[in-house]
Design a protein around this ligand. Structure first.
Ligand code: ZN
Length: 296
């Protein structure tokens, strides 16, 4: 049986999967703790341990290439990691070090790209030509897949619409710029906006559920709908994807698939919107499945 192997490196867990080619039914799947606080070398050791475990548990030999999903990106010019929220990885030549340690090639992509690749090849956008995978959760990210291939871009930032400016002079973003999409559409940003209106802290779920009775919750969602349309229309005008898959906690909000789509249509450079905007199918598996699909 021909298989692909993927590793999803997260801040707290490392997950590994062995998938038969073209299938979303794993032959083997396991998770271990990242133990990120023990530093970069230790994280590499943990990945090596997981790959050895995958070999012994499955009775298969490791393949010549393994896909690795990471919380940041590889800078193509240098091979060094950047933009990782597991900060021990930043500035490190992880693809090179992993290749040496594992004795296989390691193809690295960020978690939004892995999400997009999984949904484009095995999930909600299977069979579509051009797919934009969006993660709207604690942050906002995105990945572009064209005919089954991830587009990394010359600087490793393709698809990073979360740091497009959406509100001029808006809230300061961790990236150093102001008014980024992420400062408006991420879950915590919606909660902050609600709190700015009421002085009260509510969960995203409460804000969504109470929109009928709570005018500030309603205003928060109306602003989300409007600015979601404005932010996403910029991506559509450039990439014109066939399908957009919305992941993350904010992507779960049903209104985005009705009023949100209308809002995108209002802002996009066309009289109608034929872009399909859909919910993901693979749930928590998208990250690790996408990592495995990097290795095809
Ligand atoms: Zn930013």
């Amino acid at each position: 049986m021909e298989t692909v192997w993927g590793i999803d490196l997260g801040g707290t867990k490392i997950e590994g999967v062995i998938l038969p080619v073209g299938s979303s039914e794993p032959v083997y799947r396991a998770r271990i703790d990242t133990e990120a606080s023990k530093g970069y070398r230790h994280i590499l050791d943990r990945i090596a341990l997981l790959v050895s475990t995958m070999e012994s548990a499955s009775g298969m030999k490791r393949p010549t290439v393994i896909g690795i999903g990471t919380p940041g990106a590889e800078e193509p010019a240098t091979g060094l990691m950047k933009n990782c929220n597991t900060t021990a990885l930043n500035g490190m030549p992880m693809p090179r070090d992993l290749a040496e340690k594992l004795g296989t090639r390691a193809i690295v992509a960020n978690d939004a790209n892995c999400f997009a690749l999984a949904e484009a090849t095995l999930g909600a956008a299977k069979g579509a030509g051009v797919v934009f995978g969006v993660i709207m959760g604690t942050g906002v990210g995105g990945g572009i897949v064209i005919h089954g291939q991830v587009l990394n871009g010359g600087q490793g930032i393709a698809g990073e619409w979360g740091h497009n400016e959406l509100i001029e002079g808006g809230e300061l973003c961790y990236c150093g710029k102001r008014g980024c999409v992420e400062t408006v559409l991420a879950g915590p940003s919606l909660q902050r906006f609600y709190k700015s209106l009421t002085g009260e802290q509510k969960s995203l779920k409460e804000i969504v559920q109470e929109a009928d009775s709570d005018s500030a919750a309603k205003a928060t969602l109306e602003r989300l709908i409007d600015l979601f349309g404005k932010g996403l229309s910029v991506v559509i005008n450039i990439l014109d994807p066939d399908v957009i898959v919305l992941g993350g906690g904010v992507g779960n909000i049903d209104l985005l698939y009705t009023q949100g789509v209308k809002s995108v249509e209002k802002y996009v450079f066309n009289t109608q919107l034929r872009t399909k905007i859909v919910k993901p199918l693979l749930g928590d598996s998208a990250g690790v499945f996408g990592a495995a699909m990097l290795a095809r």
